[in-house]
Design a protein around this ligand. Structure first.
Ligand code: PRP
Ligand code: URA
Length: 207
């Protein structure tokens, strides 16, 4: 299986351009964040296991499908919240765990301030939602905590990823798949993604 998946779709790139644009208003940013998230989540769930089921339409009996996989969704607070509604629209039954991480403005090292995971994570397929993969520190901390609880087949869905963060995650967790709309150029001296889109959480929540 491919471990770094750059998702390509004209509607994805259309919406991503609004996210990148410094002049995009908060409500427009929210709208396009939802569209980008939906397209990425569709890709990250493309290979979910299904089982056949009987369906009776108003006209006849036919065969349908039900998703079989046990998925757990974990948005990384705060910015990951922006992707949660999109993911739950497709997977409304999936339990949701939360982890709160905030990067120090000077060191860019993430500090954990909140954690609430569902019980019985063994053998659940993990989908981590975090729009920005910069140094990789936040994603690595998240995966360490969840894999210690027994999840498997970890996938990360990130809207924009920096090469530095991708390399750090891949080195630590070669088995983790990363789905992203964009692999940007580099991190600046403040560890922000360039060209990136700025601080996702601030732009999404209007802070
Ligand atoms: C952002 C983003 C990621 C993290 C990525 O969160 O949402 O969680 O930075 O950076 P890293 O790869 O270098 O760890 P931030 O710390 O700004 O907090 P926020 O979501 O509350 O805005
Ligand atoms: N977090 C963000 O929101 N943006 C970046 O460019 C890096 C980390």
């Amino acid at each position: 299986m491919k471990k770094l998946i750059r998702v390509d779709h004209p509607l994805l790139h259309h919406s991503l351009s609004f996210l990148r644009d410094a002049n995009t208003a908060t409500e427009v940013f929210q709208h396009h964040a939802a569209i980008v998230s939906q397209i990425l989540i569709l890709e990250a769930t493309r290979d979910l296991a299904v089982r056949e089921r009987d369906v009776i339409t108003p006209l006849a009996q036919t065969k349908g499908q039900s998703v079989q996989e046990n998925v757990v969704l974990v948005p990384v607070l705060r910015a990951g919240i922006s992707m949660l509604l999109s993911a739950r629209a497709f997977l409304p039954w999936a339990p949701v765990g939360f982890i709160g991480l905030e990067r120090d403005e000077h060191t860019a090292i993430a500090r954990a301030y909140y954690q609430k995971f569902p019980t019985r994570l063994e053998n659940k397929r993990l989908i981590v939602l975090d729009p920005m993969l910069a140094t990789g520190g936040s994603l690595i901390d998240t995966i360490v905590k969840l894999e210690a609880q027994g999840v498997h087949d970890t996938r990360a869905v990130c809207i924009v990823a920096a090469p530095e963060g991708i390399a750090a995650v891949q080195e630590r967790f070669p088995h983790v798949s990363i789905y992203t709309a964009a692999i940007d150029s580099h991190l600046n001296e403040m560890k922000y993604i360039v060209p990136g889109l700025g601080d996702f959480g601030d732009r999404y929540f209007g802070t």
